[in-house]
Design a protein around this ligand. Structure first.
Ligand SMILES: *Cc1c(COP(=O)(O)O)cnc(C)c1O
Length: 362
């Protein structure tokens, strides 16, 4: 039996996608071998890779003048690849700070450039929020402005695209494909695949072509977007199986009705969980309502001594991976595209039951 999986990443995948992969595993399309065992240069594999890109372009409505790259190394390697690719002509960049991931990106960028850190996350009446854009101290001459759309650990999310005349570079690791997005507003969007796209091992970069000539000369060729773009993300062997599986997820998303349709379900899921938490004296979410993440819902129990018990009972109820990030503790439910509405229903039923049995231990 498949349990409900609230893992932050690697995260739940649609059951239908795993079944299709299983069905094709030993003998892909009657070719007598697994897609994993195929040359990445073969006609069959290249067709799979190109179909995945075409489907993603359709889902996200990606304009023609953007390259879509299927890379390795995770979002964390992009923390270095981005400054190496974009700070070759102008060493300055603005980095908005909203939490742990945007800080990691900024720390890595500081090794390569002159980084202006803009503090935009702050506590408002004990809840985390994002300062209004009018208060941000952006520089006049940055090569780009970087931010993390969704702080996966903190559960703090932008509800709009920041406005700037500089190229906007954003980490969408945990929010890509969860809601409609105007790609044309960005210079670069990147995302590790293991949250909302597919298995670990694949990283997506969507980059506007006019930014491809700003790289530092010493950049490793595997990290150079221009080279990867020219070579169909195959400067060396790509993560072929993860790329194939991402393609199956894109097909599944199109079958669900695309990003608008999944967004409507995501909103229902998030509302159900946040409304439940808000109505309860036992659970609490630390984010101001206007900045709550659609995908990652951290929460605490009124009595933190009950956390181990909560996790144990949740697991016995087939509700998995609800522990918060090791750096912050508490609980966190990650409710990505592949997590169905029924999972949230089951989770809130369990949470209500747990609170009624332990409410007197506050
Ligand atoms: C998970 C995550 C990362 C790190 O991803 P890796 O692929 O493990 O490097 C970076 N940024 C955000 C917002 C994330 O959620």
């Amino acid at each position: 039996m498949r349990a409900y999986n609230f893992c932050a990443g690697p995260a739940a995948l649609p059951t239908a996608v795993l079944e299709k992969a299983q069905q094709e595993l030993l003998d892909w399309h009657g070719k007598g071998l697994s897609i994993m065992e195929m040359s990445h240069r073969s006609q069959d594999y290249v067709a799979v890779a190109e179909k995945a890109e075409a489907d993603l372009r359709q889902l996200m409505n990606i304009p023609e003048n953007y390259k879509v790259l299927f890379l390795q190394g995770g979002a964390s390697l992009q923390f270095s690849a981005i400054p190496l690719n974009l700070l070759g002509k102008n060493p300055k960049a603005d980095y908005l700070h909203t939490g742990i991931w945007s800080e990691k990106a900024q720390k890595e960028a500081q090794r390569y450039g002159d980084i202006n850190v803009v503090e935009v996350g702050y506590q408002q009446d004990g809840l985390w929020a994002i300062r209004d854009q009018a208060e941000w101290a952006l520089s006049d001459d940055a090569a780009y402005v970087h931010y993390a759309d969704n702080e996966t650990i903190g559960g703090l999310q932008f509800k709009y695209i920041p406005v700037t005349d500089k190229p906007l570079v954003s980490d969408f690791s945990s929010s890509i494909l969860s809601a409609p997005l105007d790609v044309s507003k960005f210079g670069l969007i990147y995302a590790g695949a293991q949250k909302n796209i597919g298995p670990a091992g694949l990283t997506l970069v969507i980059v506007r072509e006019d930014l491809l000539d700003q790289a530092k000369p010493e950049i490793p060729s595997l990290l150079r977007y221009a080279a990867q773009g020219k070579n169909g993300s195959m400067v060396n062997t790509p993560a072929t199986y993860a790329w194939y599986l991402a393609g199956l997820v894109f097909e599944w998303l199109i079958e669900q009705g695309g990003v608008d349709a999944i967004h409507a379900i995501n909103q229902q899921k998030a509302k159900m969980l946040y409304d439940f938490i808000d109505a309860s004296d036992f659970y609490q979410n630390p984010i101001a309502p206007a900045y709550r993440s659609l995908m990652n819902v951290p929460f605490t129990l009124a009595n933190s001594d009950l956390e181990k018990q909560f996790l144990k009972e949740a697991e016995a109820n087939h509700l998995l991976n609800l522990a918060g990030h090791r750096s912050v503790g508490g609980m966190r439910a990650s409710i990505y595209n592949a997590v169905p509405l029924e999972a949230i229903q089951a989770l809130t039923d369990f949470m209500g039951d747990f609170a009624s049995r332990h409410g007197n231990q506050i």
